[in-house]
Design a protein around this ligand. Structure first.
Ligand code: SF4
Length: 211
């Protein structure tokens, strides 16, 4: 039988729990100074991941908005207001989860991220996932969900059928991917509020049943 070796990061994380925060700090310094794509020219801040790095659950938004870019904090603008309302409904707080974005810098005029921007920036998200090592990955919205499906080699539905994924947990070995609609979906379609509240409420159940 072949040996299955732990990689160096995972071995260090077992030996030294504080090593996780050291690795994240180091990564965050790289993000803050990053100029790997043209979004570095128009941003005020590259907004880093926040929350509980020891959590089993990582939520992944798309990118900072105007208020996030100015304040250097995640989900504090209009979408953050909705996000907090949805979280309050679930009964969990930001301290229960680790929160980050697919793209760390603001997208001018709220445009979609380009293929190249996703390719350049997801080095950081991949590293965050490796360090935080969550059991539950919760991508919010189309772009984050599409990236996470691709990362784990899962089939990506076409654009018209994509919404069918939201609220449906996908089980992989040792990992559950639980795609949810992005909070901003409620700006465009308030009729989704009830289903989104139900879908978000399962975050609490997943966290409680972590074993
Ligand atoms: S979006 Fe990502 S890759 Fe581009 S400059 Fe910001 S941190 Fe770097």
């Amino acid at each position: 039988m072949k040996y299955l070796f732990l990689d160096q990061t995972n071995f260090s994380l077992i030996l030294f729990p504080n090593f996780k925060n050291m690795l994240l700090q180091d990564l965050n310094h790289k993000i803050i100074d990053c100029t790997h794509c043209q979004l570095s020219v128009t941003r005020k801040h590259a907004v880093i991941g926040q929350g509980n790095s020891a959590s089993n659950m990582m939520l992944i938004g798309q990118s900072p908005g105007k208020v996030e870019d100015e304040s250097n904090r995640l989900f504090v603008g209009p979408s953050g207001h909705i996000f907090d309302k949805l979280l309050a409904f679930t009964g969990i707080t930001r301290d229960d989860i680790y929160l980050t974005n697919l793209i760390k810098c603001i997208l001018p005029k709220s445009r979609r991220p380009s293929h190249n921007e996703i390719k350049e920036c997801t080095y950081y998200l991949d590293r965050e996932i490796e360090i935080v090592n969550p059991r539950f990955i919760v991508p919010l919205g189309f772009h984050s969900t599409r990236y996470i499906l691709g990362k784990y080699g899962l089939e990506k539905p076409d654009k018209h059928n994509f919404h069918k994924l939201f609220g449906k947990p996908i089980c992989l070995k040792g990992l559950i991917i639980y795609p949810l609609r992005h909070p901003t979906a409620l700006f465009f379609n308030s009729s989704k509020e009830d289903i989104m509240k139900i879908n978000y409420s399962y975050l609490n159940i997943l966290l409680k049943n972590r074993n």
